[in-house]
Each structure stands twice: as C-alpha cells, then as structure tokens.
Write a protein that binds this ligand. Structure first.
Ligand SMILES: *[C@@H]1O[C@H](CO)[C@@H](O)[C@H](O)[C@H]1NC(C)=O
Ligand SMILES: *[C@@H]1O[C@H](CO)[C@@H](O)[C@H](O)[C@H]1NC(C)=O
Ligand SMILES: *[C@@H]1O[C@H](CO)[C@@H](O)[C@H](O)[C@H]1NC(C)=O
Ligand SMILES: *[C@@H]1O[C@H](CO)[C@@H](O)[C@H](O)[C@H]1NC(C)=O
Ligand SMILES: *[C@@H]1O[C@H](CO)[C@@H](O)[C@H](O)[C@H]1NC(C)=O
Length: 368
C-alpha cells in the first residue's frame, strides 16, 4: 500500500513538473503560483466557541496553531492554543476528517503560567519520542517578549496524564543573548533522523526564528553549540513566527507563518499580504542555512509562499507537517473560511489540511 501510493505520488509529481516546463505553450498554471493553491480538505467537529479558557470553549474544528499526533488508540489527536492546551480527538481511526471533539486539556495550571503573568498557554508542539509524548507549549501575552516555552510529558496523551516540567527557555530583556532579543514562544521539537540530535526551534517577531540544541532528555537546552538564527525578515515588525522543521528525501524544510495572525477586523483587514501566509525554505542541514526558491537566505528575508489567502481561505498559518498520512506528507494549519466565518472571527478559525507534493525538491500543496 505504502509503495503503491508513493509511486502514484511520484507520477503525479512528474506530470506536474512536465506541466511546469511546458507552461508557456499550453497555458497550464504554474504549480508554484497562487493560482494552483488548493482548497483545504473539509473537516467536521465540535464548534463551541466559549467565553472563557475552559477546554470546551476551544478545540474541535475551531482552533489555532494545531499540533496533531497519532494516539495509542489509532486515532489522531490535536493539541492547540487556549483551553490550557486543549486536546481534541478525531472520532474515526486513522483519519484527519473528523468528527473532532475536545476531550480536555494538557495543563491544569502551571508554575510558569503565573510567572509570565499569563494563564493562557499557546501554540503546543507535540511529538512521540520513544514511549513518551512531549508537549512543548508557550506562555506569553500579546505583544510581550516576556515569554517562556514549557514542557509537559505523558505516556498516554489523555487529559489528566500530563506531568508539567515548567520552563525550558525564558525570554526577557535581561536574559542572556539570544533570549534577550528573541521571543520564547512557538516551539518546535525536531530530532534529526540522520544525527539523532534534538533541536528546539522557536520564535515570533523579535529577531524571528532561532534554534537551540536540546539536551538528550529534551528537558533543557545546551549552551554549546550556541543557538543559531534560522530566519529573519529584516523589515519591521519582523513578522515571522510558528517555525516547523520537516524532512523529505535529503532536504530539511523550515516552514513558518509570516504576517499578522489574529484579531482580523473584517471592516479593516491588514493590507493584502500582511495577513498570515505559510512560507518555507530548505537546507541540507537541520541547522541551516535555509534558502527559498530564488536562492535567497531566509535570514535575508527569503521565504517562498507555499500557501496564503485565496478563494474562501484567508490568513492560513500555525502550520505543521504530518508525515506518512496514508503514505504521504500532509500540511495542516488553521485559517479563516470567509464563507463560513464572514466576520473573520478568531474563535471560528478552522482546521485545514492538504497533501504535499515535492517538485524538484520544493513542496507544493495539492488537494489529491
Ligand atoms: C467556563 O467553563 C467551565 C467549563 O465548561 C464552566 O464550568 C464555567 O461555568 C465557565 N465559566 C464562565 C464564566 O463561562
Ligand atoms: C497560579 O495562579 C493560580 C490562580 O491564581 C493559583 O491558584 C495557583 O496556585 C498559582 N500557582 C502558582 C504555582 O503560583
Ligand atoms: C529572564 O530570563 C532569564 C532566563 O532566560 C531568567 O533567568 C530570569 O529569571 C528572567 N527574568 C525574570 C524577571 O523573570
Ligand atoms: C543581549 O545580551 C548580551 C549579553 O548576553 C549583550 O551583549 C547584548 O547587548 C544584549 N542585547 C540587548 C539588545 O539587550
Ligand atoms: C495571486 O497573486 C497575485 C499577485 O499578488 C494577485 O493579483 C492574484 O489575485 C492572486 N491570485 C489568487 C488566485 O489569489
């Protein structure tokens, strides 16, 4: 099954590549252009936007910054912003389509939540390593650089099973560099399959995307080798965040969200292109340098837009890769469905996903 799908995927890639080369004569759309962006796969689930931070106000299909992993029962689970890191479960095994239901939270309150003055953890990143689920989460406040990335672990991923280990890194103006010039939110754990070295990639505005090497127990960062910058938009306000590392063939991909994530006012939307979009660069190493399709280093403002506003989709971001979904890679994210949510409300942002094809080593999103 796996190799069959891989073959079909390869054929699809080959035919798209042929179209790309033949583009001027047969008028096929460039597979890299926004004209080729697919619609998200539809998902079903609970919709219960709440007025407080309880889990049942968030999750289901209406979420921000999803992180999806396979649970021990063969169902996918999503972890997302708000609701003390709300956990949602997909009702059908081995399917992203739904019905997604919130089932509880990772945290019951946290020692580091109080320290930052926040009670609302954001942007979880969950991975199974060995027999343990690791959930990195962020505590901060909007527009503040006084932030922490915390870690909770569980053997089962169920609500009530998590042990909170507190802060892994903390940023503020008096922290040692680079924590005094960065914002310690939007964590991503990546264990290089080649070297087995674990990395914590993070960042949001304030010097954008940085990477620490993690200790082998994944509970703390090491000071040597020194942390490195992976991406920077030199244009103020350095609107990059939500990094995610993935690997395909011998390439490493750095995905991130560019622009303004939240609080869209339908009567006064950001200037076109200033809202969230999903960008990517690639490298032969997990530590960079990453470049875009024009060869521009991500640290010099490079970044190829792989998915952005189009059709009924507005401001997609908070993305991550799910590898080997029925034999293929998937990119999932949140977005505003402007038909279902004409007011562009944050609490009605929707989970979306697409398959990833790789054309000459560059990812493109496709529907089938
Ligand atoms: C918040 O959510 C909890 C859990 O559903 C509920 O018991 C509580 O009444 C809610 N509080 C408010 C102020 O809505
Ligand atoms: C954090 O704040 C909550 C609510 O104010 C309080 O109940 C809890 O004891 C505090 N935890 C710590 C570790 O200070
Ligand atoms: C600032 O961050 C550093 C670690 O990066 C931490 O040791 C220190 O306690 C933080 N400052 C405050 C006021 O929390
Ligand atoms: C950040 O901290 C380093 C020392 O760790 C210091 O040299 C540098 O000036 C600081 N930068 C800012 C902007 O405070
Ligand atoms: C693609 O981008 C161009 C230039 O930014 C824009 O004019 C056009 O409307 C976009 N097309 C779609 C389908 O979003």
């Amino acid at each position: 099954m796996y190799s069959l799908i891989t073959k079909i995927g390869a054929l699809a890639v080959a035919s798209l590549a042929t179209q790309a080369t033949a583009m001027p004569s047969n008028n096929q759309p460039d597979p890299f252009s926004n004209a080729s962006w697919p619609l998200p796969h539809p998902v079903t689930g609970a919709s219960n936007p709440g007025a407080n931070n309880s889990y049942d106000g968030w999750g289901g299909v209406h979420l921000h910054d999803p992180s999806i992993v396979m649970g021990p029962d063969g169902h996918y689970y999503s972890f997302s912003t708000h609701g003390l890191v709300v956990i949602s479960r997909a009702s059908y095994p081995n399917s992203l389509d739904g019905y997604w239901e919130p089932i509880g939270s990772v945290l019951e309150g946290s020692s580091i939540i109080n320290n930052t003055g926040s009670t609302d953890p954001w942007a979880p990143d969950v991975h199974k390593v060995g027999d343990t689920y690791y959930c990195y989460y962020a505590v901060s406040q909007f527009g503040s650089q006084f932030s922490s990335i915390g870690l909770a672990t569980s053997k089962t991923l169920r609500p009530g099973s998590w042990t909170d280990h507190g802060a892994v890194i903390t940023s503020n103006t008096t922290a040692p560099t680079p924590l005094n010039i960065t914002n310690a939110i939007d964590a991503n754990l990546f264990i290089d399959p080649k070297t087995k070295i674990p990395y914590l990639t993070y960042g949001s505005f304030w010097s954008d995307i940085w990477q620490f090497q993690l200790a082998q127990d994944l509970l703390s960062v090491v000071s040597s080798p020194a942390p490195t910058q992976l991406s920077l938009d030199p244009v103020s306000p350095q609107a990059e965040e939500g990094p995610y590392l993935s690997r395909h063939d011998s390439w490493y991909y750095l995905w991130y969200s560019h622009g303004s994530c939240c609080g869209y006012n339908v009567a006064a939307l950001p200037a076109p292109g200033q809202e969230y979009s999903i960008r990517v660069g690639r490298s032969r190493s997990a530590t960079g340098p990453f470049v875009d399709r024009n060869g521009i280093d991500l640290r010099n403002g490079g970044g190829y837009i792989v998915y952005g506003s189009h059709d009924r989709v507005y401001g997609p971001g908070g993305q991550a890769v799910l590898a080997n979904y029925h034999g293929r890679d998937v990119l999932y994210y949140h977005y505003v469905d402007t038909v279902q949510n004409p007011q562009y409300l944050d609490e009605l942002k929707l989970l979306g996903w697409n398959y990833i094809n790789y054309i000459q080593g560059w990812p493109v999103l496709v529907y089938n």
